[in-house]
Write a protein that binds this ligand. Sequence first.
Ligand SMILES: NC(=O)c1ccc[n+]([C@@H]2O[C@H](COP(=O)([O-])OP(=O)(O)OC[C@H]3O[C@@H](n4cnc5c(N)ncnc54)[C@H](O)[C@@H]3O)[C@@H](O)[C@H]2O)c1
Length: 336
Amino acid sequence: MRVMVTGGLGFIGSHLVRWILNHQPEVEVINVDSLTYAGNPENLADVKDNPRYRWRRISVSDSLALNTLLDESPVDAIMNLAAESHVDRSIQSGVPFMETNVLGTQVLLEAARSHGVKRFLQVSTDEVYGSLGPDGLFSETSPLAPNSPYSASKASADLLTLAAFHTYRQDIIVTRCSNNYGPYQFPEKLIPLFVTNGLEQKPWPLYGDGLNVRDWLHVEDHVRALWMVLQSGSPGEVYNIGGNNEHTNREIAHALADLMGLPYSIIVPVADRLGHDRRYAIDANKIRRELGWQPEVSWSQGLQDTVAWYRDHRGWWERIKSGTYLQYYRNQYGVL
Ligand SMILES: NC(=O)c1ccc[n+]([C@@H]2O[C@H](COP(=O)([O-])OP(=O)(O)OC[C@H]3O[C@@H](n4cnc5c(N)ncnc54)[C@H](O)[C@@H]3O)[C@@H](O)[C@H]2O)c1
């Protein structure tokens, strides 16, 4: 079996590629990643010479390049993780989000269809459901009500993917996962930002009152779920993925400060994110019931291991934070 993973040089994509290579010895992986600021070949340095793995530097919105690749190397399935993924950047400009997240998904769907790709998995997010009050959970049938340019672009991609099922009976599935954490997460996101700032004795900017709630899942649990859905999910269906693990941003800051032996005074409130969603929480009963998936990494262990990973991989995040990784890869691979 050959699988195309898009966005495989990013946070979740790199875990997925490594997980497939380690757990599915018959599967070959083609990683399609255009190497934006969020992509980093170092994330997969340990598998780059694996004969079952190759990376092609192609944008998912480049129809010609994608179709040529599929002509040369047909695949059985596509798992689409390529995305502009940072809400704050989408607030500054939504254009790259539309190009990659919306147009890129449509290009991929059409390429998959014209090449007879058997299954297409669209990796989406709980953010498409909008914001919850203090109670309740998002189920797969909750209405889509995205509030940021990022989540609106992801919701658009979900709708395009579901439309391909209704219009063409194309074998597609959509997954919607809650917030991920773990190694190799770009240090603009909450947990790696705080941990790496803590290791540099820099303040932790906490948005607003710090009471925004997210449902956290370890990235390894997410990628296992994605593989299960690819193997055993039903066509045309949506599967929520989440860990029943809700925390406010302030609770996370306190937990990290405790783990790192830092005073809470390192936390510095800053002006809230524009349109900041208050609470996300996922009802993941469908994937648990139908596919037997459940999270395996406990929050306390996962958080402890994550802090240890950033402590032990200082070079990885220092090269990102200083920008030298971008310069290095641009010199090596050029600007796309
Ligand atoms: N991080 C989370 O907590 C989370 C939660 C739920 C869903 N998701 C979804 O999972 C997916 C992966 O998220 P992530 O956090 O790993 O993102 P990320 O930003 O770490 O990685 C994105 C990757 O996509 C690549 N990419 C961007 N534009 C591309 C293009 N046009 N063509 C090819 N490659 C391109 C980048 O180079 C990068 O390697 C996204 O679709 C995101 O919406 C993320």
